[in-house]
Write a protein that binds this ligand. Structure first.
Ligand code: DGL
Length: 270
């Protein structure tokens, strides 16, 4: 057993969708979340810069004593996964979970016609990480689209309205024209826009998000490494922190995670 928190981070509020899914399967675990809103969006930065930012956040989480790291960001997963496994798993024995492979796995299970769309940040799409992983399977056709403006809607908590719907049409109408039956939301911010995305692409397209699949991986890693929290302990007190302004971040965090998860003494900053 290990009663330390699970460290989770993203460039902002997107990783909260992963934190939410982890709490759904592991409600007794404690979360230490960092949203790097001072540096959001990661998706428009060179991957080398994202790597530096991500390692600095993960170093901070490790200094706080987390027992596992979850890179709840596709862009950071594309930029830093292998370094992170060497730095934290090999050297310090801390498991590192990421979000790309779980989503790839779910997409391959979901598709019938083997035509899969992938949307993500410019960094993730340019890295080719999804296309490389999916097209290893014979007969799979992948169609990608970077959707950099989506992050700004998600960070503002905007999930409806003509401006958002026009933007979703701009990005997704050309992708839907390829007759995809599965769409990977390859950015952890995008599940926050799933209503608008599904409305535009229609019910015939299955949306795959990394959140649930990543939560299953986190569950397996805790169990297999004997890191679960003592069941006799009282309910955990989570920390949701941000490197930038706190008010909007905490407001969204309360909406996504649920108010019950927050203690009265919640501190907003790292
Ligand atoms: N949520 C992140 C991802 O999954 C990054 C969004 C951004 O900061 O551009 O890629």
């Amino acid at each position: 057993m290990n009663n330390a928190p699970i460290g989770i981070f993203d460039s902002g509020v997107g990783g909260l969708t992963v934190a939410r899914a982890i709490l759904d399967v592991l409600p007794h675990e404690e979360i230490y979340y960092v949203g790097d809103t001072a540096n959001t969006p990661y998706g428009d930065r060179p991957l080398a810069e994202v790597r530096t930012l991500a390692l600095s956040i993960m170093d901070g989480l490790v200094d706080k004593g987390v027992k596992m790291l979850v890179i709840a960001c596709n862009t950071a997963s594309s930029a830093v996964l292998h370094d992170a496994r060497e730095r934290y798993t090999q050297r310090r024995g801390i498991p590192v979970i990421e979000v790309v492979v779980p989503a790839v796995h779910e997409a391959l299970l979901a598709t019938s016609n083997r035509r899969i769309g992938v949307i993500g940040t410019s960094g993730t799409i340019t890295s080719g990480v999804y296309a490389d992983a999916l097209e290893v399977m014979p007969g799979i056709k992948v169609f990608t689209q970077a959707c950099p403006r989506f992050v700004h809607f998600a960070e503002r908590g905007v999930t409806t309205g003509p401006e958002l719907l026009a933007c979703v049409h701009d990005y997704l109408d050309p992708l839907a024209a390829h007759d995809i039956d599965t769409l990977v939301l390859g950015c952890t911010h995008y599940p926050l826009l799933a209503g608008a995305i599904s409305y535009v692409v229609g019910d015939g397209v299955t949306l795959v998000s990394s959140s649930t699949a990543t939560a299953k991986r986190a569950y397996a890693a805790l169990v297999e490494n004997q890191l679960t929290r003592d069941p006799s302990l009282p309910a955990p007190r989570h920390r949701f922190t941000t490197t930038g302004p706190t008010t909007r971040f905490l407001d969204l965090a309360r909406r996504i995670i649920g108010p019950d998860a927050f203690g009265d003494d919640l501190k907003g900053t790292t």
